[in-house]
Design a protein around this ligand. Structure first.
Ligand code: KIV
Ligand code: ZN
Length: 530
């Protein structure tokens, strides 16, 4: 039976919690999680289908690329409200309004810091100036749309009297949602619940707005804090798929949805999310960002439903409820049944992908199947992990302009280590031979010669996808340039080929953001006829 706490009674009368997904804004903002335009559209489409109420699609003033993505998502969304973020400046708000305009339903999310430390050092403004800015930003946003969210950045470290005054002013100016973010992941569940209770009790017009949580995970309490905020009367939760986001990330959408579903006796609320799509969403976001999901991650980690110890396995065989509080099927994990090999056909491959939680377009499926067949010819046993690595790569490289065609490497004790690399750039082949201090260095030098760039290599990491000497290597590469990082993965039974793929993947992400591949025209002409 659902128990009501005093806070619940004081809260909104509705049990429905609005899910506001910010994977494409706060999630994508974190170092290395950059997505290409097409990847953002794919993620948005999935969020829209799975029942997310509001999609924060980006920060339109940040770049032309951000604007274009928000604008395109606004055109395509079928169900969700499409939201864009803006600071307090009029030009920010106007640009945001322009980006979200095509959406059937849109929202401007405008924010301003209210804590003493942010006002003094970041904004260099007095509280009375900030107060006036709140009124001005919400008024401006309301001139574009009647769905306006105002956030008090660093809300949990804001002085309570000032917070209440700003919230009251924002609602009076027309804000329909009030978000109180725990920007630095500092609060605790009890404290956050009380904060919502206090603000809602003290602000006279609080019943005119929906209150929202936005929690960062610096102390590992983002999900607990978000749920406590709801108990304090909030009815919107801001979260991201896989919990990606600044620093330690944001509250994870899948954990919130499943906590509400599984412990509905404690959290007597509902969301509009189709939980059976959680696994697919997790895989898509992981592939698009090249951010791995930790094996023991709640709900969507590879081990989330694995039972290894004898005692647990014995219990599970007698009755699954002994060690399982929710079923794998309830989050979209199908029981994997098919063993894949070189004789497996297209239909079986498609079935396996569905079991693993993937849904590919026809073109992607066709390409992935060709790759699968090539892999099956080279490798005796194909594990689910092999297929996951292959499909992740397919998703991540589908729109790449620079692709590997062939690679020959001379390595070993004699040296000089030499790489001869041919890549396809927009349909034309370019070949380069380079030497290096080791084979990987030679390959990266060849890529550098073909696509000259300033990016710094921040990370080069190799791991085996499965066991055995014929296992695929999965290489991660992170490049950084102009204050942004770009991560990509490459998988292949040959570690050097995987390295080339990963480096090219990160470079493709970087150039897709800039819209051009540096030095490419010159290179293509110089190589014509090779
Ligand atoms: O963490 C934060 O405060 C934010 C705001 C922009 C809402 O992301
Ligand atoms: Zn945030």
């Amino acid at each position: 039976m659902a128990t009501q706490t005093p806070s619940d009674k004081a809260g909104s009368s509705s049990d429905r919690v609005v899910i506001f997904d910010t994977t494409l804004r706060d999630g994508e903002q974190c170092p290395g999680a950059t997505m290409t335009h097409e990847e953002k559209l794919e993620v948005a489409e999935l969020l829209d289908t799975m029942g997310v109420d509001i999609i924060e699609a980006g920060f339109p003033i940040a770049s032309e690329g951000d604007f274009a993505a928000v604008n395109e998502i606004a055109k395509r969304a079928k169900n969700a409200v499409i939201c864009g973020l803006s600071r307090a400046a009029p030009k920010d708000i106007d640009r945001c309004a322009e980006a979200i305009k095509p959406a059937r339903r849109n929202r401007i999310h405008t924010f301003l810091s209210t804590s003493p430390v942010h006002m003094k050092y970041k904004l260099q403004k007095e509280p009375h100036e900030v107060y006036e800015m709140v009124i001005a930003q919400v008024t401006r946003a309301r001139s574009h749309t009647d769905d306006v969210e105002w956030s008090s950045e660093d809300g949990t470290r804001t002085e309570i009297d000032f917070l209440c005054r700003c919230v009251e002013a924002a609602i009076k100016a027309g804000a329909t949602t009030i978000n109180i973010p725990d920007t630095v992941g500092y609060t605790t569940p009890e404290e956050y619940m009380r904060l919502f209770e206090t603000v809602r009790q003290r602000v006279p017009n609080s019943d005119k707005a929906v209150f929202s949580t936005h929690c960062h995970n610096d102390l590992g309490m983002a999900v607990a804090n978000s749920l406590a905020g709801v108990r304090g009367g909030a009815r919107q939760i801001e979260c991201t798929i896989n919990g990606i986001g600044e620093r330690a990330g944001n509250a994870a959408l899948e954990e919130i949805v499943m906590a509400i579903k599984t412990r509905n006796d404690v959290f007597p609320y509902t969301t509009g999310i189709d939980a059976t799509m959680l696994t697919r969403a997790s895989k898509l976001v992981s592939a698009a960002t090249s951010f791995p999901v930790q094996y023991n991650k709640a709900i969507v980690g590879r081990n989330a439903f694995a039972h290894e110890s004898g005692i647990h396995q014995d219990g599970m065989l007698k009755n699954a409820q002994t060690y399982e509080i929710m079923t794998p099927e309830s989050v979209g994990v199908k029981q994997t049944s098919l063993v894949m090999g070189k004789h497996s056909g297209r239909h079986a491959f498609q079935h396996k992908l569905a079991e693993l939680g993937y849904q590919l377009s026809d073109n992607q499926l066709q390409d992935a199947f060709v790759r699968f067949k090539a892999l099956a010819d080279r490798k005796k046993q194909i594990y689910d992990e092999d297929i996951e690595a292959l499909v992740d790569e397919e998703i991540a490289t589908a729109h790449d302009r620079v692709k590997i065609v062939s690679l020959t490497v001379i390595a070993g004790t004699m040296g000089p280590q030499t790489a001869t690399l041919t890549v396809d750039i927009d349909g034309k082949h370019v070949t380069q031979q380079s030497v290096g201090n080791g084979p990987v260095d030679a390959i990266f030098n060849a890529i550098h010669a073909i696509v000259p760039h300033e990016a710094k290599l921040d990370l080069y990491q190799v791991h085996a996808v499965t066991e055995g000497t014929d296992a695929q290597a999965e290489v991660s590469v992170r490049l950084s340039a102009e204050g942004r990082s770009f991560t990509a993965k490459g998988a292949d039974p040959d570690t050097l080929v995987a390295s080339a793929k990963a480096y090219l993947g990160a470079l493709n992400k970087m150039t897709s953001r800039r819209g051009k591949v540096p030095g490419v025209e010159k290179r293509i002409h110089a190589n014509e006829g090779i």
